[in-house]
Design a protein around this ligand. Sequence first.
Ligand code: ASP
Length: 452
Amino acid sequence: MIVCKFGGTSVASAEQIQKVANIVKSNPARKIVAVSAPGKRSSDDIKVTDLLIDLSNAALNNDDIERKLQKVVTRYQAIADGLALDYAICDVIAVDLRERLQGDKSNEELFIDNLKASGEDNNAKLIAAYFNSIDMPARYVSPKEGLVVNDLPERTFALPEAYSNLAPLKDTKEIIVFPGFFGYTKAGILRTFDRGGSDITGSILAAAVEAELYENFTDVDCVFSANPKVVNDPVEIKEITYREMRELSYAGFSVFHDEALMPVYKIGVPVNIKNTNNPSAPGTRIVPNRPATGRPVTGISADSGFSTLYVSKYLMNREVGFGRKLLQILEDENISYEHTPSGLDDISVIMRSNQLTVENEARILARVKNELSADDVQMRHGFSMIVIVGEGMRNNTGLAARAATAISKTGANIEMINQGSSEVSLVFGVLQEFENQILQALYGEFFAHVQA
Ligand code: ASP
């Protein structure tokens, strides 16, 4: 059995959904289909999820919601029209949205989640109806039938029982159309995953039914070894390990959600990233292990929006518990960190800047200074992380030197270097303004002689 997931652009219009039907029909093993909400039809279009967020915010602010609600319904109407489906389906969608808008507003996050999730939920119902209308027996299945997630305040993830609950889907006779992006807590409260989270739903389903393959259909032919918007004609990645993909998607490879790897990784279901608009292209396969290619570096990614908390204190290395106390201060502010490079008397904690506010930053600085008696404490912003990734790096010497030399030629200062113990990645912290230049320089260094 194959589980496939179709992303927003793959289900954005009637024409796209027809392509989805053809893809599903062409292989009888494709029995479970997870779908996103209708995404962008062109670069200046708006995703239905964003229309829904706008709608829910208007409802929370007691603003007029009619025009915003109509915008959403119109998107489904255009799809139903193009697929020759009964318009009654759009009335059902309008009623559903009104019901959600009447929902409990006491917790704004949950209210927004409930509206946001309707994008995938209604699209799944519509796509199942379309499949049935063209003689592809299909059934909409709600995440209520087993995709149990944790409670607030933690970020949403599937509980272990979700997998056993969903396992019986493997015996399905019809094609199952399952909405991506959300699940229900044990108490029946709807919660969404992070943005782009339909990838996660597909992965949970693939793991639950122990699929032979998880196909993730998007709008590009493959994963590239570097961002094609920055590097000219980068090499296509044909095969990549879970670990490599994890490292790359951490920093800017948005083609596949980084949290989506975990469920399939645990039981070793391979993933194939494919293009709905060009389904015969082989795509990129994400696998547990792959044969060595002779090339140490598989991909280079870069992501901006990092801040560094720099702390120095004489004899820090002798002080038992210093690191724990420092990280406790961040935990108290509900902040996660990415890297902690350290010296004898200083340590830097690198985190995503979007977790910081003027208020929590001031509290952190004051507490580190007072409670840890630090000599110097600074929060610095505007950093990028450049990540060089490759299973083959472990067996190669001199890679860090080559990378550092390439970076130095751009004139940028390396603010931080971090090599994980697995040696599958090498991370450089640099000032944001050098990011693109460095990416190009590193690509030239490690891929210049490779045929694109
Ligand atoms: N529709 C959601 C989003 O735009 C989830 C997804 O498409 O994966 O983030």
